[in-house]
Design a binder for this molecule. Structure first.
Ligand code: BV8
Ligand code: ZN
Length: 265
C-alpha cells in the first residue's frame, strides 16, 4: 500500500491548520491495523456472515445463541487488540489545544483506550468518542433498563449459557445498534451538532455505506465546512472531500496530525 501523494498531505495539513474546530468520523478501517476485522471488503466480517443474519433484532429473536456466539467471537478477537498509531494520533489531537471531537461507528472501544492512555493521569473525556453504534463491551436487558459494562468472556454453547438480567431475568443483548434499530437520539443529535459546527470533518476508515452515520460528514460540508478523507479506496464521500488521502490510517493520521501547524502547538 503506497503512501499518500505528498502534495495532498500538504494540502490536508493546511486545511487542518486553518480549521478552528474539527469533527472526526471513524469507521472499522481505523481499527484494521489493530487487527480488528472490518465489515466489508476482502477479509470483512460480512464475507462469512450476512449482516441481516446476525446484526438485527429479528436475528436475535430467532436465534439469540447464534448471535451471541458471533459477538463473543468478535469480543474475543478485539480483547487481544490494542489501539494503533491512528487511534493514538486522534487521541492526541482531541486532548490538544484544538477543538476536536471524535465520532465513531466502531464498537470496539479502542478510541476510549487510546484516550485514557494519552491522558495518563489527566482527564481523558475530550478524547472519548461519541459511539454512534454502541459498544461491544456493554450489555443491556431486552426487557428493562438494565445496562452494564461487560468485558469478560461469555459461554454461548447453549441457550442456558446466555447472560440474563439480574433485575428481571430477561435475556441480555450486546449494547450495539443493529440494522433497523434507531441510534440513540441524544448521541445522534450531538454528533450532527458537532459536525455542523466544525470547520473541517476528518473522515477515516469508513466505507460510508451505513446511514445515518455516513451523513455526519455531509452536515459539515452543507454548513460550509470542508472534508478530508483517509481511506485506501474511494468511497461515496470521496467526491465531497477537498482532499482524499489514499492509504492506511495508522500511517497517515500521525503524518497528518502530529505536524506542528496542524496540531495548533
Ligand atoms: C436506522 C452493529 C432507522 C454493531 C452496525 C438503504 C439506503 C440507506 C440506508 C438504508 C437502506 N436500507 C436500510 C438502511 C438503513 C441502514 C443502513 O444504512 N443500511 C446500509 C447497509 C444500506 N441503517 C440502519 O439500519 C441504522 N438504523 O437507519 O434506523 C430507524 C429510525 C427510527 C426508528 C427505527 C429505525 C442502524 C445502522 C447501524 C447498524 N449497525 N453495526 C456491530 O455489530 O458492530 S453497522 C456496521 O457497519 C458497523 O457498525 C460499522 O461501523 C458500520 C459501517 O461500516 P464501516 O465502519 O464503514 O466499515 P466497513 O467494513 O464497511 O468499511 C471499512 C472501510 O475502511 C473501507 O472503506 C476500507 O477501504 C477502509 N479501510 C480498510 N483498511 C483501512 C481502511 N481505512 C483506513 N486504514 C486502513 N488500514
Ligand atoms: Zn431486565
Amino acid at each position: 500500500m503506497t503512501g499518500p501523494d505528498v502534495g495532498d498531505l500538504e494540502r490536508a495539513r493546511g486545511l487542518l491548520a486553518e480549521a478552528g474546530t474539527i469533527c472526526v468520523l471513524t469507521g472499522a478501517g481505523v481499527s484494521a491495523e489493530s487487527g480488528v476485522p472490518t465489515f466489508r471488503g476482502e477479509s470483512g466480517l460480512w464475507k462469512s456472515h450476512s449482516p441481516e443474519e446476525l446484526a438485527t433484532p429479528h436475528a436475535f429473536r430467532r436465534d439469540p445463541r447464534l448471535v451471541w456466539e458471533w459477538y463473543e467471537w468478535r469480543r474475543q478477537k478485539i480483547r487481544e487488540c490494542r489501539p494503533n498509531p491512528g487511534h493514538e494520533a486522534l487521541a492526541r489531537l482531541a486532548l490538544g489545544p484544538r477543538r476536536a471531537r471524535i465520532v465513531t461507528q466502531n464498537v470496539d472501544g479502542l478510541h476510549e483506550e487510546a484516550a485514557r492512555t494519552a491522558a495518563g493521569s489527566g482527564d481523558p473525556s475530550p478524547a472519548l468518542p461519541l459511539e454512534l453504534h454502541g459498544s461491544i463491551f456493554r450489555v443491556r436487558c431486552t426487557s428493562c433498563a438494565y445496562r452494564v459494562s461487560h468485558r469478560h468472556p461469555l459461554q454461548t454453547e447453549t441457550r442456558e449459557d446466555l447472560p440474563r438480567c439480574p433485575v428481571c431475568s430477561a435475556l441480555l443483548r450486546p449494547d450495539v445498534v443493529w440494522f433497523g434499530e434507531a441510534l440513540d437520539p441524544e448521541i445522534l443529535s450531538e454528533a450532527f451538532r458537532v459536525a455542523r459546527e466544525a470547520d473541517l470533518c476528518l473522515v477515516a476508515g469508513t466505507s460510508a455505506l451505513v446511514h445515518p452515520a455516513a451523513s455526519v460528514p455531509m452536515a459539515t460540508v452543507e454548513a460550509g465546512g470542508s472534508m478530508v478523507e483517509v481511506n485506501p479506496t474511494d468511497t461515496p464521500l470521496t467526491h465531497m472531500a477537498r482532499v482524499s488521502l489514499r492509504g492506511p490510517s495508522g500511517e497517515i493520521l500521525p503524518q497528518l496530525l502530529d505536524w506542528p501547524e496542524s496540531s495548533g502547538t
